[in-house]
Design a protein around this ligand. Structure first.
Ligand code: DOR
Length: 432
């Protein structure tokens, strides 16, 4: 089957340019790239000035299967990923049971066979994510875990973290760290500061994150392991990672869209969809996160998609679970907040959401070149639509962005040469 994408602008994250090119896709690969391609036997997709980008990769999401299929399944989560413009996702191991054994990783791999978008599971770093005993890391690697993480939980023991990093080197696995000193975060529910005092809610100080970022950077330096800091939320963390990178520590880092678009002031509504871990912080932190994205301290934008049911979220703020359903809003949020506001260029956004996560994880390279696998994300930079949570295909409707008018929506993805259209009303749909 041949597809001809006509009239689009192709984003090249390596040569850092955008060129008007047609793209011919054949047998799952990019077969030709030229200003005008004629291919009478190909299905023609009119791209019409939209952006053809290398396929976006979400390197941090929660798909809840096995064990919490009422929140999300691998199928619903990957459908949401596709609708959100992602051509691959990395799912965390805080499932029930956790992905701390070969059996769970193998189960996930089987479920993924019918998913519209490839899923790469992360294995737990420690047994039952308790942070006490190492998981069978060799088994996890052999079963196909792409990285190690106890995400959702931090590894409180520095000694255990050291061993995780040491073992990860044997299998050349990335260690993704959820940085949180739980002695400092305690039973906090939002960022600790003026707002938490005003609202009378228990706070989580920046230091809860930063203490673990500093520790893990020191341990990564000591062990020579590859460390990736998940969901960086604080200005201090950005500075610590910047300094570590400058002295050659093998560290990469990610930020989630909600930490770039919302501050702790959003919690004033007591909307539990603003309850997330790490918590929404302040304008000062957002500025530091943007500076970190611009100077390369932060390599990746990842959703931390954390679906929960309405029943779980419709409780008092203190009792609601942490998390935001993020797969279906990440791209337009980042287009609107980063690209249209001049924080990142379209090329830089593609580096953060496609090229870098694929490079860090060793996935098929996210570049559009003849001979490469055809994983593509098409974005309509002019399409303006409100977020409609009720239309999410994710089972998780827990989004604080419902009703937000955003510009720059994904309209189509191509996974291994197969086109999947984002199902949303408005311009950009199939046949449009
Ligand atoms: O808000 C969050 N939700 N942060 C995490 O680290 C875990 C996640 C979840 O699994 O719900």
């Amino acid at each position: 089957m041949k597809l001809l994408l006509k009239g689009g602008s192709v984003v090249d994250p390596l040569k850092e340019r955008v060129l008007r090119l047609d793209v011919l896709v054949e047998e799952g690969k990019i077969a030709a790239l030229a200003p005008q391609i004629e291919a009478p036997d190909a299905e023609i997709i009119s791209i019409d000035e939209r952006l053809v980008c290398p396929g976006f990769v979400d390197m941090h999401c929660h798909l809840r299967e096995p064990g919490e299929e009422f929140k999300e399944t691998i199928l619903t989560g990957t459908r949401a990923a596709g609708r959100g413009g992602f051509t691959a996702v990395v799912c965390m191991g805080n499932t029930k049971p956790p992905a701390d054994s070969r059996a769970v990783i193998e189960f996930m791999k089987r479920q993924v066979e019918t998913a519209p978008v490839p899923v790469y599971p992360v294995g737990c770093a420690t047994k039952e994510r308790k942070g006490e005993e190492l998981a069978e890391i060799g088994d996890l690697a052999e079963a196909g875990a792409i990285a190690l993480s106890d995400d959702g939980n931090s590894i409180m023991s520095s000694e255990v973290m050291r061993r995780v990093l040491e073992y990860s080197r044997i299998f050349d696995l990335l260690v993704i760290s959820h940085c949180e000193d739980r002695n400092l975060s305690g039973n906090g529910v939002m960022h600790e500061g003026f707002m938490s005092t005003l609202l009378g809610l228990r706070g989580i100080p920046r230091a809860a994150e930063e203490v673990h970022v500093a520790r893990d950077l020191i341990l990564a330096e000591m062990t020579g392991a590859r460390l990736h800091i998940a969901h960086v939320s604080s200005a201090g963390s950005v500075q610590l990672i910047r300094e570590a990178k400058s002295r050659g520590v093998r560290v990469t880092a990610e930020v989630a869209p909600h930490h770039l678009c919302l501050t702790d002031a959003a919690v004033q509504t007591f909307d539990t969809n603003t309850k997330v871990n790490p918590p929404l912080r302040t304008k000062h932190d957002i500025e530091a996160l943007c500076a970190g994205l611009r100077d390369g301290t932060i390599d990746v934008i990842a959703t931390d998609h954390a679906p929960h049911t309405a029943e779980e979220k419709e409780v008092e703020f203190n009792y609601a679970p942490f998390g935001i359903s993020g797969l279906e809003t990440a791209v337009p949020l980042m287009w609107e907040y980063l690209v249209t506001r001049g924080v990142l260029s379209p090329v830089e956004l593609v580096q953060k959401m496609a090229f870098n996560p694929a490079r860090i994880l060793g996935l098929p390279e996210r570049v559009i070149e003849v001979g490469k696998q055809a994983h593509l994300t098409v974005i309509d930079p002019h399409l303006k639509l409100p977020v409609r949570v009720k239309d999410f295909v994710s089972l998780g409707k827990n989004s604080p962005f419902d009703g937000w008018e955003l510009q720059g929506w994904p309209v189509l993805i191509i996974v291994s040469g197969e086109a999947i259209y984002a199902e949303r009303t408005g311009a950009g749909e199939k046949g449009d």
